[in-house]
Design a protein around this ligand. Structure first.
Ligand SMILES: [Zn+2]
Length: 409
């Protein structure tokens, strides 16, 4: 019955399309060069729609001086240079962003009765991912133009959080030329994808801990330089209402490039270094001094929780490891605390009921990037990985429908 209904629907759609073409207002078709284009008759293409294949013929126009061609009906229907309708492309992009392309092909056959090659799903998902990127960067420009203009929305009472982190994505050898990595021989296997998230906090849960506003998290990410990523994150924060927020908190793991992004874009925010990363560094300190099984003394942990980093550094610094190598790594760990001390006033943050952990972005690294891009045997091109990251950020931020709506003339 479903098969028959789909076939019947495809027939109706074909009739509707030719009716729509027959009643379209006649207009002059111009070339990019400004010349009037001439009709060169109709050309056919089989259109793959969510109802199945629909035969479709449309007028082809050509420019006499420069011989450029155009299919105006394709432009109106958003099917330029593709046989897939927007509805099918949406399914292909979504399925391809959720699971491996072969799996996506099997899912679409089962859920939508569409028989599509895995390779086609890959190609279309990548294409749609790039269109999402273009849509986002056009919005970025618009948003940046309105910075500083009086905001129409009322100032928000919610606490506004920005958090970001990086995670390695396995890439093809050709994407790693000249890059140093963490492998034993100094080579690299991965490129770092940066992920940022913005969320808001209202009130506290029953135990008095800060509570994230449900569905308030949006994501941005890419394999790109920290400069470009800084602008990407900044415009996302602006879009979410950075300028209207009373309290802005930036949560990071304390890596160096973080500070540059914060100084450039989030100068007035409260910067907090993730407490759990700080704990890890504390444990590393203890291990350097007392061996692999060692844990940080209770006093150290209490000073960390209290945000008394000066005391922690003084006391821990009194211990001296034996070997020169250990001394060096000891100094490195102490430097981490020195550099980040102003962002480790944990007692004060707890009193103000701020989040002190970057768990949201770390979970994001797993769900947005890891689950799709870091499965065994995967080797991405940077271009392909960025397309899928763009799709996943868009979908998980609840903006995929907005993207498709923006394509409707
Ligand atoms: Zn022309």
């Amino acid at each position: 019955m479903l098969q028959a209904a789909r076939q019947g629907g495809a027939g109706v759609l074909g009739t509707l399309l030719s009716h729509w073409q027959g009643h379209a207002p006649r207009e002059v078709i111009l070339c990019q060069c400004g010349q009037r284009m001439r009709s060169r008759g109709r050309r056919r293409k089989g259109l793959v729609t969510t109802l199945g294949r629909v035969p479709f013929a449309r007028s082809f126009y050509q420019c006499p001086p420069c011989s450029q061609g155009r299919f105006p009906d394709d432009e109106r229907l958003d099917i330029v240079q593709t046989i897939y309708s927007p509805g099918v492309r949406r399914l292909m992009a979504r399925a391809g962003s959720q699971s491996q392309f072969a799996q996506a092909a099997a899912d679409l056959r089962c859920y939508a009765g569409l028989t599509l090659e895995a390779r086609e799903i890959e190609r279309v998902a990548e294409e749609v991912g790039h269109q999402v990127e273009q849509w986002l960067s056009a919005q970025q420009e618009q948003i940046l133009q309105t910075v500083g203009t009086p905001a129409p929305a009322a100032a928000s009472e919610a606490k506004f959080y920005i958090s970001f982190d990086g995670t390695g994505v396995p890439v093809r050898k050709s994407e790693l030329l000249g890059r140093r990595g963490k492998q034993a021989d100094g080579s690299a296997r991965t490129r770092e994808a940066k992920l940022g998230c913005v969320f808001t906090q209202v009130g506290l849960d029953k135990e008095g801990y800060p509570q994230r506003e449900p569905h308030s998290t949006t994501y941005v990410g890419a394999i790109e330089s920290s400069t470009l990523f800084g602008w990407r994150l900044y415009t996302e924060a602006l879009r979410r209402g950075l300028e209207q927020a009373h309290t802005v908190v930036v949560l990071t793991d304390g890596a160096r490039y973080n500070r540059t992004i914060i100084q450039t874009h989030f100068h007035d925010a409260v910067h907090i270094v993730d407490l759990f990363h700080a704990y890890e560094h504390l444990t590393t300190l203890a291990q350097i001094l007392w061996g692999q099984e060692a844990k940080a003394p209770k006093a150290w942990r209490d000073w960390l929780e209290a945000g008394d980093i000066g005391r922690l550094i003084r006391q821990a610094g009194k211990q001296l490891p034996a070997s020169a190598k250990s001394k060096k790594s000891m100094r490195k760990q102490l430097r981490y605390f020195e550099n980040n001390a102003p962002q480790m006033r944990y007692a004060e943050y707890r009193e103000k009921k701020f989040f002190v952990g970057s768990g949201v972005v770390e979970a994001g690294c797993r769900t947005v990037i890891g689950e799709r891009l870091k499965q065994s045997g995967m080797r991405w091109s940077v271009r392909g990985a960025n397309a899928i990251i763009a799709l996943r950020c868009c979908i998980l931020s609840g903006r995929f429908e907005d993207f498709w709506a923006s394509r409707t003339p």
